[in-house]
Design a protein around this ligand. Structure first.
Ligand SMILES: CCC1=C(C)/C(=C/C2=NC(=C\c3[nH]c(/C=C4\NC(=O)[C@H](C)[C@H]4CC)c(C)c3CCC(=O)O)/C(CCC(=O)O)=C2C)NC1=O
Length: 184
């Protein structure tokens, strides 16, 4: 498992090089934007259960066969496993966002997940849809663009300073894309 700093070391070492100016300036940026990053992680982590339940519910609304006999969210044991998997994936994405590196997500969560799902008959297009909704929710929370229109009665505004979080939102989005790619 790597973070932005250990990643710079591993990549310099693979070239038998000292840490260069480019790596230093990238890490300077990482530090300068550190509080924004922590706010972004908190925006997702503190809304995790809402993000997960909304995404799994949305996935089921679009495909109600999942909760009928023969569907992979039926009976409740499988529904619980599905919600738990959503929580696991989102949790590892928050770790990756904190570290500024995808390796914790890849190594500890996504590695072998496609094979596990194939063995259990978990439909990966549905899982990918749930991950896609989680991505939209998480990005909205990071950029502070979540609205009452989307969230209804559960609307909660994050109490963070307003600034440009587009880079962090894009980075977070890339981790959701990795999760989809890993199971597709
Ligand atoms: C640390 C990382 C980690 C991951 C990622 C993980 C995933 C994981 N999900 C599983 C099951 C499962 N996963 C699902 C998920 C779904 N079914 C659907 O229809 C939806 C599309 C989807 C939810 C979005 C279901 C229903 C099961 C149970 C399948 C079964 O037992 O038939 C299993 C089999 C064991 C179990 O049931 O607990 C594993 C290992 N476990 C881990 O330790």
């Amino acid at each position: 498992m790597l973070d932005a700093f250990s990643r710079a070391v591993v990549s310099a070492d693979s070239k038998t090089a000292c840490i260069g100016g480019d790596e230093i300036s990238a890490l300077k940026g990482f530090i300068a934007e550190g509080n924004k990053r922590l706010d972004a992680v908190n925006a997702v982590a503190s809304n995790a259960s809402c993000i997960v339940s909304d995404s799994i519910a949305g996935m089921i609304c679009e495909n109600t066969g999942l909760i009928q006999a023969g569907g992979n969210c039926y009976p409740n044991r499988r529904m619980a496993a599905c919600l738990r998997d959503g929580e696991i994936v989102l949790r590892y994405i928050t770790y990756a966002l904190l570290a500024g590196d995808a390796s914790v997500l890849e190594d500890r969560c996504l590695n072998g997940l496609k094979e596990t799902y194939a063995a259990l008959g978990v439909p990966t297009t549905s899982t990918a849809r749930a991950v896609g909704i989680m991505k939209a929710c998480a990005v909205a929370h990071i950029t502070g663009t979540n609205s009452e229109a989307q969230a209804g009665a559960k609307f909660k505004k994050n109490e963070t300073a307003q600034g440009d979080c587009s880079a962090l939102a894009a980075e977070a989005a890339s981790y959701f894309d990795r999760a989809v790619a890993a199971i597709s």
